[in-house]
Ligand binder design. Sequence first.
Ligand code: CA
Ligand code: CA
Ligand code: CA
Length: 806
Amino acid sequence: MEQRLRRATRGRVAALATVGLMLATGFVAGASPVQAADTNLVVNGGFEDGLANWFINNGNAADGAQLSATSDAFSGANAALVTSRTTTGSGPMQDLTGKVQAGQAYTLTARIKYENESGPATKQFFATMHYGGGTYTNLVSVTATKGQWAQFTGTFTIPTTQSVSTARLFFETPWTSTPSTDPDLHLMDFKLDDVSVIGAEPPAPASKTIEVVGKLPGEHNPLIGHKFGADGFGLVHDGRVYMYMTNDTQGYAPNPTTGVSPGINYGDINQITVISSEDLVNWTDHGEIQVAGPNGVAPFTTNSWAPGITKKVVNGVEKFFLYYANGGGSSNVITGASPLGPWTSERTSTLIDGRTPGAEAVAWKFDPAPFVDDDGQPYLYFGGGPAATSMPPAERFNNPKNIRSIELGDDMVSTEGTAAVVDAPVAFEAGHVFKRQGKYYFSYSSHFGGNDFGGSQQPLPGYPGGGQIGYMISDGPMSWPKETYAGVLFPNQSQFFGAGTGGNNHQSVFEFGGKYYFTYHAPTLNKRINGNTTQGYRSPHIQELTFNPDGTIQQVVGTYAGVDQVRDFDPYRVFEAETFGWSKGVATTKVDGNSAQFGGAAPNLVVRDIDNGDWTALSSVNFGDSGAQRLTARVRALAAGGQVQVRLDDVNGPVVGTAAVDTPVGQWAEVTAELAGVSGVHDVYFTYTGPAGVDLFELDNWAFQAATLDLPVTVTASTRCVAGKTYVAVQARNDHDAPVDITVQTPYGERSFAAVAPDANAYQSFNTRAVSVSAGSVTVRVTGAIGGQDVTTVRTVQHPAGTCGG
Ligand SMILES: [Ca+2]
Ligand SMILES: [Ca+2]
Ligand SMILES: [Ca+2]
């Protein structure tokens, strides 16, 4: 095998010497390649879909170059053209992460051409894999003749010891440290076409499904048990609370054998997770927004941490502005047409960075939190990290002045003026502002001391200790002198949740239904998976926030119990199956098409990884007095013999209805369960059964149908003869426990009775004006209320034939 690792700097020279020895063969051959299936791992290798799936090598900041489509193709209508190369590594790149495997052999082919007039007569090119960090391996080489398409053909075997958690293929010219000294030789434009990497089929991705019950029945924290989410930021809109979170699940990779994931790597995270609820206990999973990265809404950003969101009417249109940290170096914003998107980027560069006036001295220009004042003026709070070394150690520790406030433009995607210092004591990060009764509240996370903050120090009396949420109260949104400090609003979460749950925190505050709520995170789900040795995967929590008469905040106590459910769940509608109070053993995935519940452009998810014994549950569902008669589920069967069972109040409670998932495998269809005895308020458990060891089905949405409400009434109809004419007599007895209105209708007349008392009769005898009548029908219409709901019951009964004749 001829794999060569090269460091971007030192190691690379030695590696290239070895590459040089291989040039005679034109490619790098594996000694005994593993026999591979005939699968091409490269997508759009012929560039016939333009630049889809391709991007310019952005492995280091200096690799900037331009990638465009060109009609000068080796085959088909398109090829790729790379121009404005600044390093030898500047070239077209495709991410093969998750596709290539260690120990496997692959065959690589591609066509390449350069034409620069002042370039050399021949030029060597490499196909190279970037395995992350400084690890690059040249895979295949070709020496091209100027103006002619040259062909890469070679095999390479990935060493069994090579980590492939990052594997990005790109094309380049041989490395040299200062290519700008001879750009004609090193930095020529080139064209690429017909790229293929053929080998073993990509491995099935390892399951990320969380098998433990991460949110215990009856408890309301963490908010969800089937995935992680950090730095939650609450937004209230149209009677729902939306929570936007750093997608901690993105890099979660539990070992298939041990179940333990490597520690969280924030560099993996470029998505924001969204969940929402109208009751603060049952949460709907809206999936992830692909914010950053090559395929992100804002592809000029790399990461999306610590979201902050607000809404504002701009030019007559209500829009949603989602701010996020692009790593530690900058902050950015994307725009949503609704809280669930669709999302667009109005900017082509980051919103907050080193050029932002007043932010120059901020070490970490991250954690952006928006706030729109009552007069419509928007503000952004951001910043954190080490204090300036120019300060005396005590000041660096106690008043690091590392957080800023700045006015946003009316468009919400620009800043105005100069950022002002927020002099928050012992500040670290996570600034956030809300307003209550004319006062502004700034909360933030405090630092843990150490070299970044002037070494070992004692906080001033009353100042927060490490990893706490402190707060300040001010009369102005841009005025935060240290004197506005008001205390610690939340101690470190490990005080409440114990070993393995420490670390820094990130909070938000929102008002919902007249109460204030405090959001924070804690790795409590991680702890339920792995015990006290957690790997840093955080989960969202909410507690109520209460105030003293003087406006100060009562210190929040973190609990698994969480907050009260603010309203019962309404089952009589279509609602997404990805809505849980609690769950076990399931995962969710985004599917094509819109949400049946949220409509518009809202994403839709389905519940997957449903095995025998898995379940999902809803808290405090109100079926009303008359109850539900049927459950409808939209399902896609994946195996024969699956069932959805409906149980009340406990996962082992009696089954009150069963839907057989007997629909064609692989197709979406509706199944129903007839229900018995489901009325009043209950927790509802959907328990899933079927053959063991296979995924049974996927679930999209549910709907309960209310039982038909009926007012009890006893109707009799008879005929009799009076003075030579036949009469039809109708009697209706009110069997309900409250008065009802009764209307009796016959072909011979109609009569209404108001407020017929319980057990009383409405009676009317109608003259047919005929000697004889044949049998016919009469209609009795009863209106009243059942459980506060207006109900009309209609009864049609037969009367017999009647005659006065002999
Ligand atoms: Ca082509
Ligand atoms: Ca499962
Ligand atoms: Ca759904």
